[in-house]
Design a protein around this ligand. Sequence first.
Ligand SMILES: Nc1ncnc2c1ncn2[C@@H]1O[C@H](COP(=O)(O)OP(=O)(O)OP(=O)(O)O)[C@@H](O)[C@H]1O
Length: 240
Amino acid sequence: MSPRRLATLEVRNVSKIYDSGGTPVTALASGSLILKPGAVTGIVGPSGSGKTTLLMIAGLLETPTAGEVLFDGKVISRPGAKLNDLRAFRRTHLGFVFQKANLIPYLTAAENVAIAMQINDVGRRQAQKRAAELLGALGMGHRGTNYPSQLSGGEQQRVSIARALANDPTVILADEPTAALDGTRAEMVMKVFRALADSRNVALCVVTHDTRWMKYFDTMLELEDGRARESPPSAAKAHE
Ligand SMILES: Nc1ncnc2c1ncn2[C@@H]1O[C@H](COP(=O)(O)OP(=O)(O)OP(=O)(O)O)[C@@H](O)[C@H]1O
């Protein structure tokens, strides 16, 4: 595995308009993000305000209708970009955590993490060793041989975080990662994210409805009707 690059991912003035059966739907009128090493950025806002759309554009899973995405100062995505060509870049530099852990049911926890490295050409032995280390760091070292169905929702989510970390990403993008968890497990996930930023310099971006988590954010972006506005995390109080 090549050593991780510390770099900033910047989403600059993007918008997204979908064609819904001939009718244009503005999912995101305007948004910008700067994800720096060691910083946790929260994206908050009501349902339908464009949070996931912005995250998908940042994660190179959607192209913007206007604007651009830069990594380390170089443009990597813009309108019409071929996202398939960015697959290798995504696998190397980005990690994703979703609301549902989406683990492969017939693989153990350790195999679910290792396979993310093996598809990046890491040998089986090395992948298994690192999978065990990552699960251990997330308090899941004793559950590596369990299948997803044998794990609680919070445990599955920790496995999915280990999987997101497998290739030592520069940036982790998380979409409602705590929405399916109870309070204690949700808080644990947020603490893990904060620790990843603090101790490993990962740049984190977390989409959430839950303003309880603003204490973990360095920067917060509020979306309303597809428009983004940066505010200090303390301003999230207004949502409560
Ligand atoms: N592929 C698509 N085609 C058409 N409209 C879409 C598409 N994806 C999203 N939208 C619309 O764009 C708007 C923003 O969606 P988005 O999922 O980004 O919002 P969100 O803030 O993440 O919502 P939630 O909190 O409910 O997940 C919504 O009105 C949605 O219906």
